[in-house]
Design a protein around this ligand. Sequence first.
Ligand SMILES: NC(=O)C1=CN([C@@H]2O[C@H](COP(=O)(O)OP(=O)(O)OC[C@H]3O[C@@H](n4cnc5c(N)ncnc54)[C@H](OP(=O)(O)O)[C@@H]3O)[C@@H](O)[C@H]2O)[C@@H](O)CC1
Ligand SMILES: Nc1ncnc2c1ncn2[C@@H]1O[C@H](COP(=O)(O)OP(=O)(O)O)[C@@H](O)[C@H]1O
Ligand SMILES: [K+]
Length: 503
Amino acid sequence: MKIFKSPQIREIDKTTIEQEPVLSINLMERAAWQLHKFIEEKFSKDKPITIFAGPGNNGGDAVALARLLTDNNYNANLWLLKIGKDRSADCQANIKRLEGYSNIQTHELSDNDKFPEIPANHLIVEGIFGSGLTRPAEGWPAEVIEFINTLPNPVMSIDIPSGLFSEDNRQNNGAIIKADYTVSFEFPKLAFVLSENELYVGEWQALSIGLLPKTINDTSTKYYYTTENDLPLLKNRTKFAHKGHFGHALLVAGSFGKTGAAVLAAKACIRSGSGLLSIHIPQFSYSIMQSCVPEAMLVIDETEQIYCQKDHLEPFTVVGAGPGIGQKKSMREALHTLITNTDAPMVLDADALNIISQNHELMDLLPKGSILTPHPKEFDRLTKKHEFHYERIETAREMAEKQKLIVVLKGANTAVIDVNGDVHFNSTGNPAMAKGGSGDVLTGIILGLLSSGYDPIDAARLGVFVHGRAADLALQKESEESLIATDIINHLGLAYKSIRELQ
Ligand SMILES: NC(=O)C1=CN([C@@H]2O[C@H](COP(=O)(O)OP(=O)(O)OC[C@H]3O[C@@H](n4cnc5c(N)ncnc54)[C@H](OP(=O)(O)O)[C@@H]3O)[C@@H](O)[C@H]2O)[C@@H](O)CC1
Ligand SMILES: Nc1ncnc2c1ncn2[C@@H]1O[C@H](COP(=O)(O)OP(=O)(O)O)[C@@H](O)[C@H]1O
Ligand SMILES: [K+]
């Protein structure tokens, strides 16, 4: 699914209005209908609803919603906020359509008025400002927003929490609605998938209002949201396939006290399609690895506790390095040797990234199509400190394009950034994954997919999606507290199957 910037959405709205053709007020009616359906699915008819409507088309949506809810026997109270000089034409037209609706309690609210008492059992729906926000919310509109934020009621925002800009909020010091639900139209906004806006956006959905598919296709963007409909096709094995068709992966992972990272990455790798897996390990972990991952071959280092010996790289088609390797000096040198002697695409995680961040020249030596999987802190070590994820994504795009690398910026809505700067936000996964070991599993999954023949960008996008999907499936049996990285590995099979069934 594409994510567009606000001016692009306005253009797509406009083209739909002209070419479908559809009157803009009827497009608004579709939007209001979707809002109404969302409420109907979530709240019973005895849930009273208080609606705040601003001066623009976001307010128009809110007014139309009040009418549709009333038609469907909900009890709606509507507060028309007096902001600025004029209301938009479609907002005014919808206010006019309320004539005869004596059962909607409609009130005007302006600067001089006291704020109303809203009983705690009401759902608040706010359509104060939408994508037409032109400046941070200050003055009286900000007071209304802050008033709503102080109430204990659940809040649903129309299109976007009022006061939040759709993309860049770095300079936004105005008031912003803290919504529990945000219901947007056709596409999510970039702001929804950025961690700094979590407090405002809440749970979001993007519901279709029938914008023209051709116009959506013809409008280009750098930002995407990956759902199961947007994934590369899963490869199917042919009858006479043999292990040689699915690559030979080398995994460099683990050190004394961190063998678990190697075990997790290795298991995930062999459960993600790799034909053969060799793991380079220090001597002490020989029996652990042999018994935990009997399917893998072992390359035993000459040293006892860390990896530091040069590999014979000829047989390997892909190389993964980093989970649990530590940052000792001899290890750093070995990683340097590994990187300088490898042509095979690499998956680099954890301490491999920390070492690169202190030896930046290694960045230029990474094989083409390699994949880096930093979490935000590792990424900041590699580049610079970022206060906003918005900015971090932009830096990652520059890095991916300049170095011709794929950057997997991990977190909720992990961003997979292609060598052309395209950003694919992931839609699967849950906060139960926020535990040590989850990232090691991801490294293994991507390595396994890369080994079995997926292009690096496909391996990264698919890997991130399947990692989150496996965790979502595991969470059906586990709790947020109890889910562990091994549960993610154990649900990989079901996750791949669930994707294949839809393709
Ligand atoms: N296009 C379509 O067909 C569809 C659009 N749809 C809906 O329309 C919404 C976009 O509507 P919109 O463009 O009218 O803008 P909207 O967000 O309501 O606000 C504009 C008003 O707010 C004012 N204002 C702004 N900032 C302010 C501030 N800080 N402080 C004070 N005032 C401020 C601004 O005034 P001005 O900047 O001119 O002073 C103007 O009066 C979109 O989010 C979606 O909900 C759906 O129905 C689907 C079809
Ligand atoms: N709140 C969350 N929602 C979705 N996914 C998450 C969340 N928190 C963490 N994850 C995922 O879990 C993994 C954690 O990786 P990382 O921080 O490297 O952990 P570790 O190195 O300890 O294994 C990443 O893939 C990340 O996207
Ligand atoms: K809004």
